[in-house]
Design a protein around this ligand. Structure first.
Ligand code: C5P
Length: 478
């Protein structure tokens, strides 16, 4: 049985695949005969495979990637292993991945830009301050163009620069100005690798979502033995290919799925100057919005006032009060998933005098030596109201910020609010708010999963995987 026949059978057989893709079974039989899937149908097959949890890695030799557009930038740093990056270029050139190469000054001591240019059949970039390059392909374009930046070999120096935000040459400036996925393949002397400074930079970069192809252990060119050897170019190439395949699959994981996310705090005015609000930076909600957008979801964020940039997603609606947030969420329904991340103010406060005199709220309340009293009016619980309404999305997810009995309280809320997944976190001692890290526990009806402390970006990544599981289960049960 050839590759494509095996894949089709794993996907449910000719008939099932034909039905899912809305094409004739004879077309599928043809693919099986030719052992080839036409480029126009590749995306649909990737999507189906990801939906059915079929690992397609083995079914697509690297050449098949050619049908999927991908842009990569290779940054070569200076080290004894620099010459090995020539082999990486040669392997990448066998595919249709569009490759640009940047070399640092020290890389040019080991291999020449001319050699790289002739191998890649394209100009190799070396200078941050080149008038000619700035007009054609400036450093910002070089940073924004690629889907992936591979730094190989990555020296202790580039790791230190990037971890500390230095931008004093073309390579480090590109890294700082990029939104792309960044992968480092370090190579250095074992003592340098194990140095506390390098290890701290490594952890910092890992925490910020940078991927690493770990260095090998063995004899080094410098005569020492230990960890720090540059992995074989073929290993790096295969890592890159499987990363690309995975990200191509993920990018359509939530295609046609609409997701509404509430984020940030809400604000309740007391008078034109004063207000009450809750603690929330909006970071976790925005990271979730970005991750789900990357995976192809149509994401609408309804955000209270925040001081951070909005995420890259379909739509962001700015609101102030809980009631406005509620109204806007309702207007976005029906949707497939609702994630209530916002720290919604539970009450509106109506100021009163001790004698219950009405205060004119159009003007600032004047300070007197008398106490002020407040009547509290309950705001709508957005999560609960929608989870119990007939507008309920397939999947409803809430956050539960707690200072004590974290799991127990979050579980009670999961039940009382009719939620599918509650994400509990400990906010005692002002932890979490405004931070880039979060330590959360995923609470389900019958079990829970404690995650270790990690970046909010990484929490968003795990949550996206859980949402995929929940949607698959929902489909199975429907
Ligand atoms: O009950 P508690 O406020 O702790 O529940 C937290 C969860 O409920 C969060 O997901 C929050 O976004 C949501 N919530 C809401 N509307 C409110 C209060 C909380 O959607 N008025």
């Amino acid at each position: 049985m050839n590759n494509i026949s095996k894949l089709i059978s794993l996907l449910g057989g000719t008939g099932a695949v034909a039905e899912k893709l809305k094409i004739r079974p004879s077309a599928i039989s043809n693919w099986k005969k030719l052992d080839k899937i036409p480029s126009t149908k590749l995306e649909a097959i990737l999507e189906l495979s990801s939906y059915l949890d079929v690992n397609i890695e083995n079914f697509f030799p690297s050449k098949k990637l050619n049908n999927l557009k991908f842009k990569m930038l290779l940054i070569i740093c200076g080290g004894i292993a620099s010459y090995k990056s020539l082999e990486i270029i040669r392997l990448i050139k066998k595919t249709d991945i569009e490759l640009d190469v940047v070399m640092t000054k020290s890389a040019q001591k080991f291999i020449t830009p001319l050699l790289v240019t002739s191998l890649n059949e394209k100009k190799c970039y070396i200078d941050l301050f080149s008038v000619e390059d700035e007009t054609k392909m400036n450093h910002i374009k070089l940073a924004r163009n690629p889907d992936l930046i591979l730094v190989a070999p990555a020296t202790a120096n580039i790791m230190a620069k990037f971890a500390n935000g230095l931008a004093d040459d073309l390579a480090s400036t590109i890294l700082l100005a990029s939104f792309s996925k960044i992968i480092f393949a370090p190579s250095m002397n074992p003592i340098m690798w194990n140095n506390l400074a390098t290890q701290e930079n490594y952890k910092t970069l890992l925490d910020r979502g940078i991927k690493f192809i770990e260095p090998d252990t063995g004899d080094m060119a410098c005569g020492e033995n230990g960890i720090g050897r540059f992995p074989e170019p073929k290993t790096i190439y295969e890592f890159i290919l499987s990363y690309i395949k995975e990200s191509q699959m993920l990018s359509s994981q939530f295609k046609n799925i609409s997701i509404v996310i509430t984020a940030g705090p809400t604000v309740e005015a007391i008078d034109p100057v004063r207000f009450i609000s809750n603690n929330s930076s909006g970071k976790q909600g925005f990271e979730i919005a970005s991750e789900l957008t990357k995976r192809g979801a149509k994401v609408t964020v309804i955000s209270g006032p925040v001081n951070i940039p909005f995420p890259n997603c379909e739509n962001v609606i700015e609101v102030k009060t809980a009631q406005e947030m509620f109204n806007n969420v309702t207007q976005q329904l029906p949707a497939d998933v609702l994630i209530c991340c916002a720290a919604v103010a539970d009450w509106k406060l109506i100021p009163k005098t001790s004698t219950n005199n009405i205060i004119d709220l159009n003007n600032k309340i004047k300070k007197t030596n008398k106490n002020l009293f407040f009547e509290t009016i309950k705001n709508p619980d957005i999560l609960e109201t929608i989870a119990k309404s007939n507008l309920r999305p397939k999947i409803v997810i809430g956050f539960s910020a707690e200072t004590d009995n974290i799991k127990k309280n979050a579980h009670s809320k999961l039940i009382s609010k009719n939620v599918d997944l509650m994400i509990a976190n400990d906010v005692s001692n002002n932890k979490v708010f405004g931070e880039d890290y979060n330590e959360v526990c995923f609470i389900y009806k019958d079990n829970y999963e404690q995650l270790e402390k990690q970046s909010k970006k990484s929490v968003a990544y795990h949550l996206a995987n859980k949402i995929n599981d929940l949607l698959v289960n929902f489909k199975k049960e429907a």
